[in-house]
Write a protein that binds this ligand. Structure first.
Ligand SMILES: [Mg+2]
Length: 256
């Protein structure tokens, strides 16, 4: 390790993590939920699984925040809305009761398949011995704390900051500032690890925090690659190494 890297490493006082699809394996649980629906609803088998998965994911991204956070609809309404839209895409109209039943069916299977992203616990243990850990999520604080508890990660995290606590969502730098205040670190002493390019990588960078892109799925980055990309938390040592430094900007240039 070059001498400079060791000096930089000493500056990491806080590591922030996104929750969904970074610490918590949302896609695994979601795919289990969709697979369960396909078993009982033949219409969902008229298209392949990848199509169902992609459509549901897009619906999740498009409707969740904007409308729930604006107070226009409740999270439960948002779930029914998504499920009706998914079924409409395969030619089935769900009435209100049927939509509720389908949502419940999805959520039962989802709940049974909740798990941490493989390797996350060991990485948090390593990092937690050296830095404060915060979870920063574009979801509600209590729900995310419950989820992290259910998958055995909550005890490894010092603070959970959701949109309700922060009053705004990533990539807004204010949510990052709130997280840093909670763990007592300055932007230059922190790292943000997350799977979403805009919310986690661009957002952290704008807040002056070094981003690490957690990218499990193959594919090219939307723009120039960030300083660090992690494809897995396993094995532990190289993942921790990547997260801890050296402190560099998203284009790989060392900060002055
Ligand atoms: Mg995420």
């Amino acid at each position: 390790m070059p001498p400079g890297a060791r000096a930089d490493r000493a500056r990491v006082r806080a590591v922030l993590f996104d929750v969904d699809d970074t610490l918590f394996d949302h896609r695994y649980a979601s795919r289990a939920g969709l697979a369960a629906l396909r078993r009982t609803h033949p219409a969902l088998r008229t298209v392949d699984f990848a199509t169902v998965d992609r459509r549901y994911r897009r619906l999740l991204e498009s409707s969740w925040f904007r409308r729930v956070l604006a107070g226009e609809i409740t999270p439960a309404e948002s779930r029914r809305h998504r499920m009706r839209a998914l079924f409409r895409s395969v030619g089935v109209r769900l009435g209100p009761d049927a939509a509720t039943e389908v949502v419940d069916e999805y959520r039962r299977a989802y709940g049974r398949h909740r798990r941490a992203v493989p390797g996350a616990a060991a990485v948090l243990d390593e990092l937690g011995a050296r830095a404060r850990i915060a979870a920063v999520s574009n979801n509600f604080t209590r729900d995310q704390a419950e989820t992290l508890g259910a998958v055995g990660l909550l005890d490894r995290i010092d603070r959970v900051i959701g949109v309700d606590v922060a009053g705004c969502a990533k990539p807004d730098p204010r949510i990052y500032r709130r997280a840093l205040a909670e763990v007592g670190a300055r932007p230059g002493e922190a790292v943000m690890v997350g799977d979403n390019w805009t919310a986690d990588v661009v957002g952290a960078h704008r807040a002056g925090i070094r981003p690490v892109w957690f990218r499990r799925e193959p594919g090219k980055p939307p723009v120039a690659p960030p300083a660090a990309v992690i494809r897995s938390f396993r094995p532990t040592a190289p993942a921790v190494e990547r997260i801890l430094g050296p402190m560099r900007g998203p284009l790989g240039r060392a900060r002055p």
